[in-house]
Design a protein around this ligand. Structure first.
Ligand SMILES: *[C@@H]1O[C@H](CO)[C@@H](O)[C@H](O)[C@H]1NC(C)=O
Length: 217
């Protein structure tokens, strides 16, 4: 399982977010240039279609593919009250033939994108991962060097942490309290429930960028 929230930020405020995250986490960022293929199962695999994503971070010295399936979020009265999604995920490493394998199974390409940006991984009450990326589409199939922005001027921010049935409430509170630190720059909410951009983010961002090199956060 994992706990997740997401939000959006204007690209002009991303530098300030990076400074804030760097100050909060104290670890170097990891660069991301993730080639992502979203596949949906065809009717031969049953009436309920399933979706998998093939991911490969091209920034790594030896890029490798992984397969990720995200299940539905936990529901019920308790789940409605919390502002963090708790959901099942399955992720595993895959070989470079993975796309052909899924095509042979009857999956079809739903979309292909390239996410560019950075990530921070750190421990803060949970093993938190924050990714900040722009989403780009490709001019032709698999042309990762011929891209154009899909959401110009907007970056997506995702905060996730691994959880289990026994500890998810602890992980939810770790994510919620971490999200409060980012509140001057962005609203984080359950994936799919966009809260829009923070109207005063530009002012918060300019004070963060002008403080650079000053007192530690
Ligand atoms: C919760 O459980 C998951 C899965 O066992 C583990 O990876 C994670 O580190 C745990 N988190 C906390 C805060 O205990």
């Amino acid at each position: 399982m994992e706990c997740a929230v997401e939000g959006i930020i204007e690209t002009q405020n991303v530098e300030a977010l990076e400074i804030l995250l760097q100050g909060l986490c104290g670890v170097p960022k990891q660069r991301l240039r993730v080639h992502e293929l979203c596949l949906k199962s065809g009717p031969n695999l049953g009436p309920v279609s399933s979706e998998v994503r093939l991911l490969c971070n091209l920034e790594e010295p030896r890029p490798t593919w992984s397969v990720r399936h995200v299940g539905g979020a936990m529901r019920g009265a308790g789940a409605e009250q919390i502002s963090v999604a708790v959901r099942n995920t399955v992720e595993s490493k895959a070989s470079k033939n993975v796309l052909r394998f899924f095509y042979a199974l009857g999956y079809k390409l739903e979309y292909e994108i390239l996410r560019m940006g950075f990530a921070f991984h750190f421990q803060r009450g949970a093993q938190i991962k924050v990714t900040v990326t722009s989403t780009n589409k490709m001019a032709k199939l698999h042309a990762v060097d011929e891209i154009m922005p899909l959401t110009p001027g907007i970056h997506l921010v995702e905060v996730t942490a691994p959880a289990s049935a026994d500890n998810y409430s602890e992980v939810v509170s770790a994510i919620s309290s971490f999200s409060e630190y980012l509140a001057p720059l962005l609203h984080l909410s359950k994936p799919g429930v966009s809260a829009g951009v923070v109207p005063t983010a530009a002012a918060a961002a300019s004070s963060l960028t002008s403080d650079r090199g000053g007192k530690p956060l």
